[in-house]
Ligand binder design. Sequence first.
Ligand code: FAD
Length: 528
Amino acid sequence: MWTQGWRDRIWSEIDENPWDIIVIGGGITGAGILREAVDAGLRVLLLEAKDFSFGTSSRSSKLIHGGFRYLRNKQYDVTRESVREREWMLREARNLVTALGFCMPTYAHYKTPAWQMDMGVILYDLLAPKWAHRSFSKSKLLKECPNLNPQGLKGGHLYYDAQMDDSRLVLRIIQEAVAAGGTALNYAKVTGLLRTRDGQACGVIAQNDESEKAIEGHVIINATGPWSDDIRQHVDAVPRMRKLRGSHLIFSSQDFPLSHAVTLYHPKDNRAMFALPWEGTSLIGTTDLDHSTDLESRQDEPCASAEEIDYIMDALHATFPGVQVQHENIISSFAGLRPIIGTGKARPSDESRAHGVFQENGLLTITGGKMTTFRIMANEVLQAASPRIPGNPDFTGRRRIFDPLPDDLIHQDLSIGQLAYLSGRYGSQTTSLLKTSAAAELSAIAPLPNLWAELRWAARTEGVVHLDDLLLRRVRLGMLLPNGAFDHMPHIRSIVQPELGWDDARWMAEESSYRSTWQRAYSPAPLG
Ligand code: FAD
């Protein structure tokens, strides 16, 4: 789709005619808006300052979920909305969003009484609506999750949510929107807004590596998540965002085996956390604390602090005392910033995760929310935009977001599971990926589910500009393999360097830049 020279082609024509909508930000929120607006027949441009999904949308807990915490706070509408979106994605984004069973143990020291946990799982299912949970005695729960701490364990539940690869979710939506006629550009930062004489936003100033352009649009939508205030300041809006950092750790599934996902409560502050099997590894998180702007000015990407890593390790050891992992077993860490609309609550975790739409001097901003509710968010902001778009398009009906998967996938060297895995990530492109891949590259990058062929495909067709894009967001080897996948670098290079058209000097520069990004923000001991 994005073959060589595509970025220059788009850039050269980008300012020729006003767009119906310009979307700023290529995370899940921007992707959803692009997709829905393109389907309504509009001319839409999405501009992303760095790589698609560079922001929070590649650093989430990878869950499509309702959130028990909303039930605790009696926010039933929020939970109902989220679990219904989950059920919709399990159907429409099949193989990319997949069901995941969660063990939720009940311990004698928990503040929430056992009967409330019982009611919680029942209500969670009823809101979907489905009936999938089960209740376990202590001995049955330990059979399901043998690593759980038996001390004080009273029993527990098994309930269902769903998981995904967040970057691939964003990319699939953007790619399918582009195939349907939309335009999306990465590494194109909005540095200012064009305004009419009466101060209304009517376009953007965008900058790529080489030049700056003024681009006009009937509607400008700010979908920059945690960076929303940076764009809002151009229309003199008062800051509203509270950036809350959340960090995760990744272990090999050999070191930290998980038969199910586990919902746990931190022994120190009783905060809910998750341990999840993900992409052949085990993931645990998250934290929730204010992200200091001081930290931000020193780095481009957030990273887990030493205190956060200790905090997560404490939860792991308390919940799974038999799992002998220490700091040296960590494969990687990563941190993301929640785009929270701040209300000044003392405890970060008490701030609502609900989304909000602001209309300020012609600029529409949509922020807050979750990956899970992206379709609802896109629809809401587009309904707000409609009066300003020629023809006042109607966004009230529900549209299909994900293209159907090819139903004739078959390959002699790949199992049904591998084909399903690929089809979820590459959608209708899977057939071409398989057809153009050499047999030797259709082998797994053990112990991960990924194939070597994915690297070539991503380098050739998926808008990779830097090595970070490839190894941290397209095929996530930098997070999933020890040492940021450096042990495999010669092989990776032999596959992707010719596809990217980089000479040796460019390769060395990219490798060195990737190494410092990885050490700073993704390694077991990030530098901050
Ligand atoms: P982002 O993904 O941050 O995208 C904004 C984009 O705007 C970025 O790519 C950025 O580079 C770009 N940008 C910024 N400035 C400019 C500019 N000037 N010009 C152009 N582009 C610009 N939700 C769930 O549903 N499930 C979960 O399991 C989950 N877990 C989470 C765990 C953590 C630790 C965190 C922090 C959040 C989690 N969330 C989860 C919430 C969810 O990840 C976020 O709500 C969502 O990713 C926000 O998406 P976004 O598109 O609004 O923002």
